[in-house]
Design a binder for this molecule. Structure first.
Ligand SMILES: [Fe+2]
Length: 239
């Protein structure tokens, strides 16, 4: 009888301890949920701030050169479509998207007379234009983008065989995002009118990337780009 009473008291005591533990767990869970909510709100604010920075930077260079305005958006559309089709991770696609929208930001340092020059550029003028990936990198390198946006922009004129600029990187030394951006950049540039020449059309652009597949341009990204235009009906939206 005494033992039975003891067991009962013990059970009540255990139950009370259990109740306290459950209450503590519920409190921790609620605190965790609050922390998660605060984190996702901060992340959202951070993404908005980055989006704002990108828009401001894009506008700054687009005001200087109207050709760049539509160019950056169209290049982004194609680069993003290639990346999605290649099933790259979401953070890589996001990095390509952000880099595309401001990939020519370095041209902010190029005089308007050179950007809009209708004739052939002198070696000195071409040298100034060629400095834009480096300049863009310097402008962006300290911004915490999560994805390597500044590096993608730094490398968007690199070529698979090392003949690109500014660093002459080769093959796997070049980021996947930069390889994709390079193809989209070239295709868009050939397709559209420039101050120094008429638009040459989509077929000419696709011929360029086909002929230099694996030599200048990443073979897999070239195949996906060709497929998008020839089988999926991809076309550049007018900006
Ligand atoms: Fe460029």
């Amino acid at each position: 009888m005494e033992d039975e009473q003891k067991t009962k008291e013990q059970l009540i005591s255990d139950l009370q301890v259990l109740r306290v533990k459950i209450a503590e767990l519920e409190k921790s869970q609620s605190e965790l949920m609050q922390a998660e909510k605060a984190f996702s709100q901060s992340l959202e604010k951070y993404k908005n701030a980055i989006g704002f920075i990108i828009n401001v930077l894009a506008l700054a260079v687009e005001v200087k050169d109207p050709y760049i305005a539509g160019h950056q958006k169209r290049v982004t559309d194609l680069a993003r479509a290639i990346a999605v089709q290649m099933k790259l991770p979401a953070d890589v696609i996001s990095g390509i998207h952000m880099a595309g929208l401001i990939h020519d930001i370095g041209k902010i340092s190029v005089p308007v007379e050179i950007l809009g020059k209708p004739g052939i550029l002198s070696d000195a003028e071409y040298g100034i234009v060629k400095n834009h990936p480096e300049r863009g990198y310097q402008i962006l390198k300290d911004i915490d983008f999560i994805s390597p946006v500044a590096l993608i922009i730094h490398q968007h004129h690199e070529r698979m065989n090392g003949t690109g600029y500014p660093q002459g990187l080769k093959g796997e030394e070049i980021l996947p995002g930069a390889k994709i951006l390079a193809i989209a950049d070239v295709v868009e540039a050939i397709c559209t009118h420039r101050p120094y020449r008429q638009a040459m059309g989509v077929e000419r652009a696709l011929k360029e990337i086909s002929e230099h597949r694996g030599v200048l341009y990443d073979p897999q990204a070239v195949d996906v780009c060709l497929m998008l235009f020839r089988e999926r009906g991809f076309s550049f939206k007018p900006c």
